[in-house]
Design a protein around this ligand. Structure first.
Ligand SMILES: Nc1ncnc2c1ncn2[C@@H]1O[C@H](COP(=O)(O)OP(=O)(O)OP(=O)(O)O)[C@@H](O)[C@H]1O
Length: 665
């Protein structure tokens, strides 16, 4: 029996039977949806409960929508029959059952579906035969059978090959039908396990991160519905590119955001060297000291008057209270605690006089004017902006906060050349945003969510990682990235360091090594840059041979290369040095296209892409203009070029007038 069977030589009655099962499943899903629509929220007692129930019912109805352009299932397992589960299982995007609660399709995330991704001739996991379906629109068009009980290996799946060779149009699609065993391991790792994935370009890191979010939401629905799941990507254009994947998997309640959106959209320009100091984790200690330096040693006690009586708390007692609170609480709650302790001491005095005040009296004393005045003078109310403003404008204050943690040169670099007049008029940089966030957390605890997925994590500063780490302090994270694609002044060289600053030291580092995007010829060419940018990484491997996918032309015109690409199928990205975007766009006069911006969300078949925005994206045909200028433009220009050269799915054309960088020549 052949390992693979594909249309057109398949027995049509097999496909006919499978189509009948699909039709039956569709009808059952329709009935499930109609049933959900018929349920009323009126049963809930009060108005608020009715609204909540109605919203849950609406979500349920939306989740039961049938998408006519994808079939309800993409795989089938025929199992050895020695448990309670059905002998035949159809694996799809969601559960579907008939009127008698008999499962017709089982969610890909259910434990029993795992064998669809993991079973192999050496470990069949109770599966006799795995069937994968090919489809066009919503219709089944082919199938491929793998007998798993015969011990023989059956080469690469043609359905997978067709899926990854398919021309790309529009936003990223889910990969649920073709998740590979090593990817599946990551997707299904336990919720408590933080996973860090190092992977060469196109190995599916982003795809895996998104599917992991969907898997966790399914498996721990109740917990994560409460605690929340968040995806953090490099910019809005990237988020727009990945935005359809989770909704297609039925998950609509996941926050997808950028670091800038999360920490505050501050963008005052800044010297990269200054940004690098601000991004260093040593700043955490400096900020902590800067905040607590605002506490003033109490020199006076408290006098509280009630009627004709005066109650005193001596200055040394106030000093003791402040000393005992310092370091045991965050700054904000510390203020409230000091007020309560002062009030408590007043109550003790009242009791010593023979009064018997209750808790309400203590609260009233804590809120009274003399207590507030004393707390404000000793433990002043502060905002993050006030503290950072002082730190960046007052050399003496910076020196006392920095101690020996920052060198004199580093302190000098941190101080604003032209200080702002007040914290209210200060303009903050992206690096400042992480410092403000650190201070905010020192003042009041940041709430933690259940699970955080961080993409392109190699580009985050230590302080940004700390900011993200706080947001999953009591949860876990999926950290995705590629050390070779680090382009910021602070890009990391080690995942252990990333996990440490994220506060997830026990995270497990794993690697994806097989590329699904970039043709081998292109990937091998780009990998010539690796010894210069990430000498410790092994060269990436590609699943796709892609003969003839690479063209390097000296003196070629962009318009000609674009015309050739337009004659073929699929999307086209013209990636240019940032400064050339306008000129290249002008040279395409009359050819419909758009220039990608950091906030772009519309779709275009032909895009001009500034090199610094290309990260994470992919196009069928990529035209890279003037690599030497891309390298020249920034300190980690070679890494930027590596990113740019690895965006192509089908073809890469390089146009250059200047000599190519030595590594590529
Ligand atoms: N198992 C798979 N089956 C089909 N397609 C896949 C699979 N894994 C990844 N892909 C596809 O490969 C392409 C690259 O995936 P993805 O963008 O997730 O890679 P990445 O590792 O994040 O790349 P980069 O480092 O360049 O950002 C995407 O089109 C994705 O859909």
């Amino acid at each position: 029996m052949p390992g693979n069977q594909l249309a057109p030589d398949i027995p049509t009655d097999v496909l006919g039977d499978e189509r009948a099962h699909l039709a039956q499943s569709r009808a059952a899903l329709k009935a499930m949806r109609e049933h959900a629509q018929s349920l009323s929220a009126d049963a809930a007692g009060d108005w608020v409960s009715q609204q909540i129930l109605q919203s849950l019912l609406d979500q349920r109805v939306a989740a039961l929508a049938d998408h006519p352009d994808t079939p309800l299932f993409f795989g089938r397992l025929d199992r050895e029959d020695h448990d309670d589960l059905p002998g035949v299982i159809y694996v799809g995007r969601r559960h579907v059952h008939d009127g008698a609660s008999r499962p017709l399709v089982i969610d890909w995330r259910a434990p029993v579906s795992r064998a669809f991704y993991q079973a192999s001739p050496t470990d069949p996991m109770g599966v006799v035969r795995r069937r994968r379906f090919g489809y066009h629109g919503g219709d089944l068009t082919a199938f491929e059978d793998e007998p798993l009980n015969e011990g023989a290996d059956f080469g690469p799946s043609q359905i997978l090959t067709e899926e990854i060779e398919r021309p790309r149009t529009g936003p990223m699609r889910d990969i649920v039908a073709t998740i590979q065993p090593d990817q599946d391991e990551i997707v299904r790792a336990a919720l408590t396990q933080t996973v860090c994935v190092q992977g060469a370009p196109g190995t599916g890191k982003t795809a895996v991160g998104l599917h992991r979010a969907a898997y966790l939401l399914f498996t721990h629905r109740e917990k994560l519905a409460r605690a929340g799941v968040m995806i953090v990507g490099p910019n809005k254009a990237f988020l727009s590119y990945i935005s359809s994947v989770l909704p297609a998997l039925g998950e609509v309640k996941v926050d997808q955001t950028t670091v800038a959106e999360l920490l505050g959209e501050h963008d005052a320009p800044e010297d990269p060297l200054v940004a690098a100091v601000k991004g260093d984790a040593r700043m955490a200690k400096v900020l902590e000291r800067a905040l607590w330096l605002h506490i003033v040693k109490p020199t006076e006690g408290l006098v509280y008057t009630r009627g004709v009586h005066r109650f005193r708390v001596a200055d040394y007692e106030v000093r003791e209270m402040v000393a005992s609170l310092r370091g045991t609480t965050r700054y904000g709650p510390g203020r409230a605690a000091l007020a309560q302790r002062l009030a408590h001491q007043v109550l003790v005095r009242m009791e010593q006089r023979g009064d018997s005040p209750d808790d309400r009296v203590q609260d009233a004393v804590a809120r009274s004017k003399p207590v507030k005045q004393l707390v404000d003078s000793v433990w002043p109310k502060l905002t993050p902006a006030q503290v950072l403003f002082r730190l960046l404008s007052d050399a003496e204050f910076l020196a006392s906060a920095a101690r020996s943690d920052l060198s004199a040169e580093e302190q000098e670099a941190l101080l604003w050349r032209k200080p702002y007049r007040s914290w209210k008029s200060a303009r903050w940089s992206a690096a400042d945003a992480a410092l403000l966030d650190e201070l905010a957390d020192l003042i009041e605890r940041t709430a933690s969510i259940g699970h955080l997925v961080v993409d392109e994590a190699q580009d985050l500063s230590e302080m940004q990682l700390r900011a993200l780490g706080r947001r999953c302090r009591t949860g876990s994270a999926t950290v995705l990235g590629d050390l070779a694609q680090g382009t910021t002044p602070w890009s990391t060289r080690s995942w252990a360091t990333v996990l440490e600053h994220l506060g997830q030291d026990s995270g497990e580092v794993t690697e994806l090594t097989l590329g699904f995007r970039v043709p081998r010829e292109v990937l091998d060419y780009a990998a010539r840059l690796l010894p210069a940018i990430a000498p410790d990484l092994a060269p990436p491997r590609s699943l796709r041979p892609g003969q003839g996918s690479l063209a390097v032309r000296q003196g070629g015109e962009v318009a000609d290369a674009v015309r050739d690409a337009l004659a073929r199928e699929g999307s086209i990205g013209v990636i240019v040095p940032d400064g050339m975007a306008g000129a290249v766009s002008a040279s395409l006069d009359g050819v419909p296209h758009a220039v990608l911006g950091p906030d772009s969300t519309e779709e275009h078949r032909l895009l001009v892409i500034p090199a610094t925005l290309a990260k994470g994206l992919e196009y069928d045909h990529v035209i890279v203009v003037e690599p030497a200028d891309i390298v020249e433009a920034e300190p980690r220009g070679l890494a930027r070029l590596y990113v740019v050269l690895t965006r192509a799915v089908t073809s890469l054309t390089i146009l250059h007038a200047k000599p190519l960088p030595a590594q590529l020549a």
